[in-house]
Design a protein around this ligand. Structure first.
Ligand code: NAP
Ligand code: MG
Length: 408
């Protein structure tokens, strides 16, 4: 059996804990036997980030910009407890945050659907992809809590010397205040990422804010995104029969629940944070959520939406076999290989990605799955006369591999 040849390397970003263990298993069982894999490897595991003063994360992000396509394993974002656990020199920032800001990208999350796991919302037939604007608003706020009466003001001092001053509120009692901001450049990049991704995946775009209440702030989002659509994308959307649709966030929520799915829901930062958790839960499982970071100039970084699955890793360290679901991480690999194939004109890579994804899902439909899915699928499969076999990660991967080899 000859292996598929690659031209350009994938940027491979290794990570931490249970997902790092799965990473190697996935490569050994499902990628290396079939693809003559070319990668440029960056070890983003916490020990190496600490050793390199986090330079490795910056280098990996720059490599992503150079080559265009990366695949990333989940990584630990350190907190105080991790500082002690790993004896860190510093509480390093979130690698995803660093990569996102270097690429100036937007994150798209979509669930993987299978027939034996029904979404909680009965009308949903296709995945809903959430695009979260990941800069500013409440995530870069300044806050004041006062314990006495007083006046809070908002003051803008322009470079020209022009000053704008507004009273937020005068209170006769203690209170809380918050200042938030966003940038026209960031909102514009977001719009372009979303519209480019919509064109490449042939999906409609919905976007919503609360511009009836926040006329200037949310109004700017509505206007900037709408203008970019009209000037740069409308013709291309028309050609493909796609639409862009703007509405109020509360109306969007109601329509999303009644919809059949199959579109991109573009969200402001906070809405995207909340709604992506709502969607992943409603579609079934966090372990079945894929994630891709797309930059406005067309660089892609694929990963699973879940974290490093720490609880499972501690059991693994004690020598136990864990039933950790590798599917979202496998789909990160297939997403990256498919995109690499597309960019390099190697259709075999795309066909391999399709085949591997199908094999992963076919094995589930036969009832062989990890613990997280077993509970969700049991009744639906029983109705088809199939008994669920709850397996550990290794057994699941070997079953998928056997299927791939049979069909090759
Ligand atoms: P998590 O790793 O996503 O795990 C949370 C829980 O969800 C797990 O304990 C497990 O539940 C279940 N789960 C998640 N993925 C699963 C899978 N593939 N198979 C089976 N079950 C799965 O989130 P966390 O525990 O909050 O975070 C752990 C570490 O990951 C943290 O250090 C955090 O910084 C990092 N993190 C990284 C990323 C990223 O790199 N993109 C994202 C989020 C978090 P049960 O234990 O009940 O089985
Ligand atoms: Mg969240």
């Amino acid at each position: 059996m000859s292996k598929i040849q690659m031209k350009t390397p994938l940027v491979e970003m290794d990570g931490d804990e249970m997902t790092r263990v799965l990473w190697k298993m996935i490569k050994d069982e499902l990628i290396l036997p079939f693809v003559d894999l070319k990668t440029e490897y960056y070890d983003l595991g916490l020990p190496n980030r600490d050793k390199t003063g986090d330079q490795v994360t910056i280098d990996a992000a720059n490599a992503n910009k150079k080559y265009g396509v990366a695949v990333k394993c989940a990584t630990i974002t350190p907190n105080q407890q991790r500082m002690e656990e790993y004896g860190l020199h510093q509480m390093w920032k979130s690698p995803n945050g660093i990569i996102r800001s270097i690429l100036d990208g937007t994150v798209f999350r979509a669930p993987i659907l299978i027939s034996c796991i029904k979404p909680y919302v009965r009308t949903w037939e296709k995945p809903i992809t959430i695009a979260r604007h990941a800069y500013g608003d409440v995530y870069k706020n300044v806050e004041i809590r006062s314990d006495e009466p007083g006046t809070c003001e908002l003051v803008f001092t322009g470079r020209s010397g022009n000053v704008v001053r507004k009273t937020v509120q005068t209170l006769d009692e203690p209170g809380v205040f918050q200042g938030v901001h966003n940038k026209v450049s960031s909102i514009s990049s977001f719009a372009r990422c979303v519209f480019n991704y919509a064109l490449s995946t042939r999906q409609d775009v919905w976007f919503a804010t609360k511009d009836t209440i926040s006329k200037t702030y949310d109004g700017a989002f509505k206007e900037i995104v709408g203008d970019i659509f009209e000037k740069e994308y409308k013709a291309k959307f028309d050609q493909l029969g796609l639409t862009y649709f703007y509405t109020l966030i509360d109306d969007a929520v109601a329509r999303v629940i009644r919809s059949k799915g199959g579109f991109i829901w573009a969200c402001k930062n906070y809405d995207g944070d909340v709604m992506s958790d709502m969607l992943s839960t409603a579609f079934g499982s966090l372990a079945m959520m894929t994630s891709v970071l797309v930059s406005p100039d067309g660089n892609y970084e694929y990963e699973a939406a879940h974290g490093t699955v720490t609880r499972h890793y501690y059991r693994y360290l004690k020598g136990e076999k864990t039933s950790t679901n590798p599917i979202a991480t496998i789909f990160a690999w297939t997403g990256a290989l498919r995109k690499r194939g597309e960019l390099d004109g190697i259709p075999e890579l795309g066909q391999f990605a399709d085949k591997l994804e199908k094999a992963c899902l076919d094995v589930l439909e036969e009832g062989i799955m990890t613990k997280d899915l077993a509970g969700l699928a049991k009744d639906n499969l029983a109705a088809k006369g199939i008994t669920v076999q709850e397996v550990d990660s290794e057994t699941y991967l070997k079953t998928v591999r056997a299927r791939m080899e049979r069909e090759n």
